[in-house]
Design a protein around this ligand. Structure first.
Ligand code: FES
Length: 177
């Protein structure tokens, strides 16, 4: 995770073509590497999500078959951790910390502002697939609260004006009320 004050990242583009058949070859490789290292299933899911941008059903099924892990267990992990997503996420990802320190420093106002600007609630992706907004628990940077993470870059001491700046930097935020 990167940290920044007022700078912004360019943002990486995630492959999001839902109509394509999912290529399962990378799953086989990632499963094998994970087994060789003896890493946890959570680590594997993180790597798989890093590759696909989310956790497609076919991929979860493939992991279950290859590692002989019950699907129920994989789905339990995939839905327990907010960092995982079972649906494609936007090209850009905005995480808003709603932990206690950030909450008292204005996180609810930032969530409201983002919802108005983007027309989505936390956990949703804008209709154009550009941005996904996610509320998360403490990110461990409480002194910087309220904290927003745009595409992996941490922005602290956020204000509504700074949120607008971040949205502008990715060409988002046309919905107004
Ligand atoms: S509460 Fe937000 S970073 Fe700790």
């Amino acid at each position: 995770m990167r940290f920044a004050c007022n700078s912004h990242s360019g943002g990486e583009t995630t492959e999001r073509d839902e109509t394509m058949t999912v290529d399962l070859e990378p799953v086989a490789r990632l499963c094998q590497e994970n087994e060789e290292r003896g890493d946890s299933l959570v680590m594997l899911l993180q790597e798989v999500q890093g590759h696909y941008g989310y956790l497609p059903q076919e991929v979860i099924r493939e992991i279950g078959e290859r590692l002989e892990v019950p699907l129920a267990h994989l789905y339990a992990l995939a839905t327990f951790y907010r960092s995982f997503s079972l649906t494609p996420r936007g090209e850009h990802e905005i995480l808003v910390c709603t932990g206690t320190a950030c909450h008292v420093r204005g996180a609810p106002g930032i969530i409201d502002h983002l919802s108005r600007r983007l027309g989505v609630a936390p956990g949703e992706t804008t209709e154009d697939g550009l941005v996904t907004v996610i509320s998360v628990n403490c990110l461990g940077a409480c002194a910087l609260g309220p904290v927003v993470v745009l595409d992996g870059t941490v922005h602290g001491n956020m204000t509504l004006e700074k949120v607008d700046f971040l949205l502008e930097s990715i060409g988002a935020g046309v919905v107004q009320t």
